[in-house]
Design a protein around this ligand. Structure first.
Ligand code: NAI
Length: 704
């Protein structure tokens, strides 16, 4: 018989229910069933004077089971269980520790008293998944702390500390030291003082906490913080009802609203991303025995922008790292930049000075390849030049210990060609970080046909301590993200040549949900960076004389973006705010004239379609060529690395949302207008539309 997730112990006249559902005590169907069983047991035995609810392991209930979101609604089941807990005649005390989120917190609102370990974190993050608290949170929390504070917690979606929860009033006490002992002591004192059951459902909500003015302010906040989304507003509607409806009616309304929110594209997109990021870590078709090798020390070649950021990732993970560069001056520059980056983290309160010192002490510089002989992984991040990289890999082959992972951070070069500069190509792999490497979560892991399964697995596992979201790719020009960006950026630039002001294009993209408009991204990354890539790879691009000419024109005029104070926009010293710049527009106009690009007006729809359709189309080609393991990996790349809105689920999910036929029609419309050079639909897209299949069906067809 399977063992239960809930155990019952008697401590004098207190029944202690302890839930153990590792690793994070998710409230699964089994946990709910076992809690119901425990309540049955309690009713059979001599009645305890109090019930104490605890969880074993590293956290109290971390939340509801997100896997159940795809199935039939579970609200009624939660409601019945929570009503049973709340209805017990003796005091019910919950004692929390760890990270208590969503349903994990809601269950405690149905208990009579709430305690938390001093380092516990409590929150209701549902709106970030496009849904609302659906297990009583919108009705019980305002009964404890009022409408305004409840909405504060729900709309911020961030966990608060136990101290903040105490001040807000939804926990009764902090427990220092051993939680079980402290909670038992609290409960004994409660009983001694004659404390009885204290049901949240019997309270009413203070109407002063939810005046029209407060609600209007909250709606404005939801619209500001969650543009293009409904969940925040839906949560406000639910919490507002707690002022006028008795609990049962309020819970019924909450259920209707929760189900409505679960059906929105924003929740389907967000929940898709939640699972996609878990999946992307898994390597399919790895032979048995392909285990990760331990990584205890790292080496990095090149202490520039990327090398320095990557070194910080290792130091942040507590791993020692050696930085190698060509001369002492370059090394010192690199180390100084790292020091300044840590200083700014100290200034912003992210770490303290002692932590900075600890991390800096993990990073050491060297000019000698032999010093790398102890490194378990070595990542090369020197200039983007094949000969240079091959020479470095030959040197690494001589210096590195057997079994060390040899990685390159190249963005455009053929990793297999680099690998063949060594006698151990099975240990060579791409680790493509994104700038700034210490901040951006995405890691494209680029395998060649020669990379061994164990090397792949080692890097996928290493991504965890480095706090990266890995996506496995096969070698192709631009890999996943940059390859898809090509068409997106091409159209953004081309529309600017056609006379659309940079701000118009960027504003449309940002209103739609991109973290930053394409032209502002160029200004941030450096316009010369893209220009150099295009020059170095000219033979790879289509023979279009207007191709990326907006970038070329600005770079030639010395407008390199933020670093030179001007690019598509103008910048004030020390400030990243974008100012419209007529001088940039004049340069672009002159270039358009000399290329014979006629001025046009652009509607919002056209800007979106021309940017997003090529992006999604290229995704289909990447799938055709089997560059990625699964469709959702592409979505992960774009959400984790390129500021694509998670609530739209990534580009491939979005293609399904608008419909593949709509996408194909759009591409054909632009092909009729601009010709086939840039507007050839991917064969896979055409095939799926012809067969009336979705990407999800295609994926099921090809994976047994
Ligand atoms: P960078 O110019 O900032 O840094 C390059 C560093 O390599 C310099 O410190 C230089 O002194 C050092 N170096 C040059 N030759 C060397 C040698 N023979 N031995 C040791 N060190 C040497 O360049 P960045 O931007 O950091 O780029 C490095 C690599 O990362 C390139 O392959 C680039 O394509 C790639 N990359 C760059 C991204 C970015 O946004 N900057 C994003 C992702 C990848």
């Amino acid at each position: 018989m399977q063992s239960r997730t809930v155990s019952i112990a008697r401590r004098d006249d207190i029944a202690v229910l302890t839930v153990g559902n590792p690793p994070v005590n998710t409230i699964t169907a089994a946990v709910r069933a076992d809690l119901n069983w425990a309540l049955d047991e309690l009713s059979r035995a001599p009645a305890p004077h109090a019930v104490l609810l605890l969880c074993a392991g590293k956290t109290f209930f971390s939340g509801a089971d997100i896997g159940e979101f795809h199935g039939p609604p579970k609200e009624a089941e939660y409601r019945a269980l929570f009503a049973r807990l709340e209805g017990l005649p003796m005091p019910v005390v919950a004692a929390m520790h760890g990270t208590v989120l969503g349903g994990g917190l809601e269950i405690t609102l149905a208990c009579h008293y709430r305690l938390a370990a001093a380092d516990a974190r409590l929150g209701l993050p549902e709106v970030t998944l496009g849904i609302i608290p659906g297990a009583g949170g919108t009705q019980r929390l305002p009964r404890l702390i009022g409408v305004e504070k409840s909405l504060d917690l729900i709309l911020s979606a961030k966990p608060v500390t136990a101290q903040q929860a105490l001040e807000a009033g939804f926990i009764d006490a902090l427990i220092e030291g051993d939680l079980t002992a402290g909670a038992l002591e609290y409960t004994r004192k409660l009983l001694a003082a004659g404390g009885g059951a204290r049901r949240t459902s019997e309270r009413t909500v203070d109407p002063a906490s939810g005046t029209d003015a407060i609600l209007a302010r909250m709606r404005a906040r939801a619209e500001r913080d969650y543009p293009n989304r409904e969940a925040g507003l839906t949560a406000i509607e639910a919490v507002r009802a707690s002022m006028s409806l008795p609990l049962a009616a309020g819970l019924a309304l909450e259920e209707r609203l929760a189900n409505r929110s679960k059906a929105t594209p924003e929740s389907r997109g967000s929940i898709h991303m939640f699972f996609a990021e878990r999946e992307s870590r898994r390597v399919r078709e790895l032979p048995a025995g392909a285990t990760a090798r331990p990584i205890q020390a790292a080496g990095i070649i090149g202490s520039g922008t990327m090398g320095g950021g990557i070194a910080m990732c290792f130091a942040n993970a507590g791993l020692p790292v050696l930085l190698l560069d060509t001369d002492e001056a370059a090394l010192q520059r690199g180390l100084a930049t790292i020091g300044r980056n840590y200083d700014s983290m100290v200034k912003r309160g992210r770490i303290d000075a002692a932590e900075k010192a600890r991390r800096m002490a993990l990073i050491r510089g060297t000019l000698d390849y032999q010093a790398l002989s102890q490194a378990d992984v070595i990542i090369e991040a020197v200039f983007e030049n094949m000969d240079l990289k091959r020479r470095i890999f030959a040197a690494l082959d001589r210096a590195a210990k057997p079994g060390a992972v040899l990685a390159t951070n190249t963005s455009t070069l053929d990793v297999a060609q680099i690998a063949r500069a060594t006698a151990r190509p099975e240990d060579v792999i791409g680790m493509h970080f994104f700038s700034p490497a210490n901040v951006m979560p995405l890691l494209e892991v680029v395998r060649t046909d020669l990379t061994s399964a164990s090397t792949i697995q080692t890097v996928m596992e290493l991504s965890r301590p480095l706090r990266k979201t890995p996506v496995l790719a096969r070698v192709c020009y631009g890999f996943i993200g940059n390859r898809m960006m090509e068409g997106y950026a091409r159209e953004a630039e081309r529309m600017v040549l056609e006379g659309a002001p940079p701000r118009q294009v960027d504003t449309v993209l940002e209103r739609w949900g991109m973290a930053m408009g394409m032209l502002a991204v160029f200004d941030m990354a450096g316009i010369d960076v893209g220009v150099n890539v295009h020059k170095a790879n000219a033979e790879r691009y289509p023979p279009d004389p207007t191709y990326f000419q907006a970038d070329f024109a600005l770079a030639e005029a010395g407008r390199l973006g933020q670093k030179s104070g001007k690019g598509y926009y103008r910048y004030e010293p020390g400030d990243r705010a974008r100012h419209d710049d007529p001088a940039a527009i004049e340069i672009l106009k002159a270039r358009a004239q000399s290329l014979g690009v006629a001025p046009q007006a652009h509607g919002e729809q056209e800007i979106l379609e021309r940017c997003l359709y090529p992006l999604m189309n290229e995704g289909f080609r990447i799938l055709e060529e089997r560059i990625v393991q699964r469709v959702s990996d592409i979505d992960v790349v774009w959400c984790a690395g390129y500021g694509f809105p998670r609530y739209r689920g990534g580009p491939m999910f979005y293609a399904e949302t608008i419909g593949l036929a709509t996408l194909l029609d759009g591409i054909e419309r632009y092909r009729a207008r601009f010709g086939p050079m840039h507007w050839q639909p991917a064969a896979l897209l055409v095939d799926l539309v012809q067969r009336n299949k979705s990407l999800a069906e295609w994926e099921r067809e090809r994976t047994p």
